[in-house]
Design a protein around this ligand. Sequence first.
Ligand code: DMJ
Length: 650
Amino acid sequence: MFFRKLPGVSASGMGLRLSQKFVFLLFLSGLVTLCFGALFFLPDSVRLKRIFLSKTDNPPVTVGSENGVRDHTKKTIRDPEHLRGITPGKGETSTKLKSLSRKPSDAYEARTAEKTAESRVPEVLNQARGINEAGRARDAATAPEKQTASSGRVEHSPAFDYEKFKKCLLKPPLGTEQGKPSDPPTLQRRDKVKEMMKFAWDNYKRYAWGKNELRPLTRNGHIGNMFGGLRGASIVDSLDTLYIMGLMEEYNDAKEWVENSLDLNTNGEASLFEVNIRYVGGLLSAYYLTGEEVFKRKVLELGEKLLPAFNTPTGIPRGVINLGSSGTSWSWGWASAGSSILAEFGTLHLEFVHLTELSGNPVYTEKVMNIRKLLNKIEKPHGLYPNFLSPVSGNWVQHHVSIGGLGDSFYEYLIKSYLMSDKTDEEAKRMYYSALQAIEANLVQKSPGGLTYMAEWRGGLLDHKMGHLACFSGGMVGIGADDGAPEKRQHYLDLAAEITHTCHESYSRSATKLGPEAFRFDSGAEATATRLSDRYYILRPEVIESYMYMWRLTHDPKYRQWGWEAVEALERHCRVEAGFSGIRDVYAASASHDNMQQSFFLSETLKYLYLLFSDDELLSLEDWVFNTEAHPLPVIRRGCLQEQEETPPQ
Ligand code: DMJ
C-alpha cells in the first residue's frame, strides 16, 4: 500500500508524498535494525552470525601457536613442520576408539549428553548468579579505574611494600650465590647447568636478540604468533633464571631490554594463557626476586590489557586476545564449538592473585575467583574436569579429560593456589583433593610391566597414553602429599614416586635417553611412543620438574642421578653449535634437530636442573610456588604482612 499512487495527491519520485516517504524509510530502517538484532540470538554456529558479528564471538581461522609449545596452542596452519603430531585430539578420536577399553560406569556419558540437549536452558538459568557476577566483573575489566572510583567496592590497598614482603620470607631469600651445595661433585654439576644456561643465552643474544626464540641451526630469531606482537619471550622467561644463577651481566642486559624495548602497546592476537604464564609470570618473579620497580610497572600495565578477555557471558575468558585497544577476544579456531580450554582459563589464578597483591586492585582476583566458582558448581562427569568448556553457556563441550595437554596446569594451580595462600585457601584445597580422587579412580593405571601411568579419558573410554606434559604430575602429587588426609600422605608420596619413575622409564627406553612427546601402554608398548608423530622432544621440562620436586621431598639420590642423565643427553643430542635444539626422534641415535630453542628451556628445564643440584634453601618450597612456566611466586603471608603494617618503622 505504500507504493500506490493516491489520486489527487501531488507526488514525486516513486509517486509518494514526502511524508509517506519518511514513514517508509522509518519502517525500512526499523526492519534492518530488527534483522541485525536478531543475529545476536542465533546460535554461534550459524554462518550468517559469523559473517556479521565481531571477532569476539567467532574463532579466526589461523590463530594458534606456531612454535609448538603446548598441545593445545598448536593447531595453527602456519608452521606445519613444527606442528606435526603435536595436536592430541585432532582427528584422533574416531581412530582411537578401537583400542580403547570401556569403563563400567559410562552410562553417565549418555545421561549427560541427553541432559545437555534437554536442559540447557535451566542449566543456564542456574548459572545466572555467576553470570551476573561475571557481568559486574566485566564492567570492572573494561573500565577498571572508573570502577575503582565509583563503586566503592574496590579498595586500593596501600602501595605494595617490598621491604615488608621480604621480611615475611622464612628463608634468606635473594642474592646470587644462594643454595650452593657443599659437596664438590654436586657443585660441579650445578656449574655445568649454569654453563648450559650461559651458552643458550649467549647464542640467543647473538643471533636472536629481541625476538621470541632462537633458531640455533639457521642462527636467527623466531617470532611466532602466540604472543600477539609482544617480543623478547626468551628474555622475559630468562630473567629469574639468570638472576638466581648469578649471571648478573646477562641479567642486567635482560633488565635493560625490558626497560627500554619491551613494548606492550602491540596490536596482535595473543594466547591469553601463554602471555600470562611467560610474560606476567616472568615479570612478577623478576620483581619479587629483585625489587626492581620496572618489572612491577610493566607487569601491571600488561595485566590490565588482559582483562577484556573475560568479557564473556560467564566470565570464562576466551583463549585469544587482541592486546591492542580493541581488547577483542575469541576462541581458538580448533577448539570445538567456540570453547575455552581448561588448562588455559584454569592457569591464571596464581598470577592474577599476585597482580591484585601488587596493584591493590581486586579485579584480578575477582576474575579468577569467578572462574573457580563456576568450575566448583558445575556437574562433573565422575568428578572429572573435561578439557573444553563453553564461555557462553558455562557447560562442558566435550568429555575429553587429560592430565597432559589441555588439562594439566589447571590441577597444578589448584594445589599451588592453596600453598601460595599460606594454606588458607580451603576451597582450592578441597577442589584439588577431590579432583585427585577422581583422577585416581578413573585415570591412574598400572601397566602389565608394573608401571603406573595416567591415562586419558574420552567420554568414558580410556586412551592408554601419557603425554610428556603429564609428567609434571609426579611433582604435583608430591607437593600435595602433606596437606591431604594424614593417612594418605605416604600413599601420595608413593604415587608421585611411581609416576616419576614411569616418566624416567620413558627416557631410559629411548636411544637418546630423552623422552618422547607421548608414550603408550597398549599393543605391547610400555612407556614408549608407538607413533612416528609422538617421537619428538622439544626441550620440555616436565620430567626434570618432577625430579626436582621429588628430590626436595625425599632426598633420594636417584633423582639427582636421573637429572644428570638428562643433562648428558641434552649435551649429546640437543646442543648444537649455536644453542640447544629440540630433536625429531628420541629413538634415533643420530639426532635430527628441529631448529628451535624454546623459551621454556631457559625458564624451566635449566632452572629445575639448577635447583636439583642446589641446596633446598634456594627458592625454598616453604616460601615460593612455581608457576607453570617455573617462575617463582611468593607465598602470601597475610598475617605477617599485616603485622608489618602495624609495626612502625624503627
Ligand atoms: C610450558 O610452557 C609450561 O610448562 C606449560 O604449562 C606446559 N608446557 C610448556 C613446556 O612444556
